[in-house]
Design a protein around this ligand. Structure first.
Ligand code: DC
Length: 228
């Protein structure tokens, strides 16, 4: 029997990390964890409690309340992936709105938030057989992962993908707003003090601006097979 490995996928927002991670997990029979969903769920909680808005941020109150935030994933057979639950409630749709996207980088920069989520992520991956995507998976969460990928694509391509996703599900958004959000998150995620988004030395970089999904999947599967 081949032993299971850990696959860490990092990169800028909307680089197609989750699409490839889901495909790999399905092919390998591994668990897939979208860590961005966890930061988004904490952000949604902070918004509902009025700890954060575009105008203010009560970091002290949010930090003091972190122990009341319970996050879990439940696999949805129909959708083929695990949905995010916040304190027992399915929040998969709410966490993908532009309002959450606008505030999530601020919340994700808080060290106490990162400490809580990194602990939970390490726990989920302790038996390997996991594909995890995020910003600090290869650098902080699983520095010993057998395979690390770092995904990139131009900001314009990424904003177009995100725009299409939101329009397809019926949200009213404009392209300029999405592009600005993508660029602003890149800036905050890469320059924050705690666990900034950087490529791990041993990560393999993938620019998929002009690469089809199938070609990307095949190339990455061959990297996986080399490790197994
Ligand atoms: O992958 P995403 O766009 O859903 O992630 C949302 C935000 O969460 C992203 O802008 C930065 C933050 N994030 C993070 O700081 N660390 C992670 N491991 C995953 C996401």
């Amino acid at each position: 029997m081949t032993s299971k490995i850990t696959i860490a996928i990092d990169g800028f927002s909307s680089t197609g990390k989750s699409t490839i991670a889901k495909q790999l997990a399905k092919e390998l029979g591994y668990i897939y964890v979208d860590t961005g969903a966890m930061y988004r769920a904490v952000t949604l909680y902070a918004m509902l409690q009025n700890y954060v808005s575009e105008k203010h941020f009560d970091i002290v109150d949010l930090t003091a309340d972190l122990s009341n935030i319970s996050l879990s994933f439940t696999f949805n057979e129909t959708l083929g992936f695990a949905e995010m639950f916040l304190n027992g409630k399915n929040v998969e749709k709410e966490i993908r709105t532009i309002e959450v996207s606008k505030l999530v980088s601020k919340v994700a920069a808080i060290s106490e938030v990162r400490k809580k989520l990194v602990n939970e992520q390490q726990e989920m991956g302790k038996n390997k057989g996991i594909v995890m995507d995020g910003r600090d998976i290869g650098t902080v969460v699983f520095p010993d992962a057998e395979l690390k990928l770092f995904m990139t694509a131009s900001a314009d391509k990424r904003a177009k993908r995100r725009y299409k996703e939101l329009i397809d599900r019926g949200d009213k958004v404009n392209y300029e707003e999405i592009l600005h959000n993508v660029q602003e998150r890149d800036r905050i995620d890469s320059t924050r003090e705690d666990s900034p988004l950087i490529k791990a030395d041993d990560a393999i970089e993938f620019d998929n601006s002009d690469m089809g999904l199938q070609e990307q999947f095949e190339r990455i599967m061959s990297l996986v097979n080399d490790k197994l």
